[in-house]
Design a protein around this ligand. Structure first.
Ligand code: 5GP
Length: 180
């Protein structure tokens, strides 16, 4: 699983990982957040109403779930199992609270924390992304500050300074885990 603050570039690094390591599948998460422009249901996320999400929580369908910036996010057990059955590994892109839950439920899962080179760099990225309002960016930055504090909990840390270098590092960690 890949974790770290929102805006740190987890998605871009994961795209590089999936392109270059065969047999990995990205687990599509469920969320109550409304789709951003261009996001597709079942591809980027399974978009759900809060009621639908709660029904899955009550049924025990989630491996992990968390509230982030006022919205719910979670990994469906069915999705994870499908990805694991289809290949050599499933990649989860999740925030820190969810990563902690996965770590205790599946201690063998490889956890990688993606860290920003600096707080300023993270702020610039969140603002530059242009997908969130100023208030949302502020809320995400406050969350990010707390998430950065979780970094020492994770055995593997990749600083996303130069993309190519960070992607290579991530690939090295994953390759070592699946082909020891
Ligand atoms: P965004 O709204 O920017 O797509 O995602 C916000 C945060 O939620 C990001 O840090 C993202 O990695 C995280 N996230 C996405 N899917 C999941 C999930 O299934 N579970 C958890 N715990 N976090 C998720």
């Amino acid at each position: 699983m890949i974790t770290g603050p929102s805006g740190v570039g987890k998605g871009t690094l994961i795209r590089g990982l999936l392109e270059r390591v065969a047999g990995l599948g990205l687990s599509v998460s469920a969320t109550t957040r409304p789709p951003r422009a261009g996001e597709r249901d079942g591809v980027d996320y399974y978009f759900m109403t809060p009621e639908e999400f709660e029904a899955h929580v009550a049924a025990g369908d989630f491996v992990e779930h968390a509230t982030y910036s006022g919205q719910q996010y979670g990994t469906l057990r069915s999705e994870l199992e499908r990805r694991l059955a289809a290949g050599r590994g499933a990649v989860l892109e999740i925030e820190v609270q969810g990563a902690r839950q996965v770590r205790s439920a599946m201690p063998d899962a490889v956890a990688v924390f993606i860290a920003p080179p600096s707080r300023e760099a993270l702020r610039a990225r969140l603002l530059g992304r242009g997908t969130d309002s100023a208030a949302q960016v502020d809320a995400r930055l406050r969350m990010a500050e707390r998430e950065i504090e979780a970094q020492p909990e994770f055995a593997h840390v990749v600083v996303n300074d130069r993309l190519e270098h960070a992607t290579e590092e991530l690939i090295g960690i994953v390759r070592a885990a699946i082909d020891p």
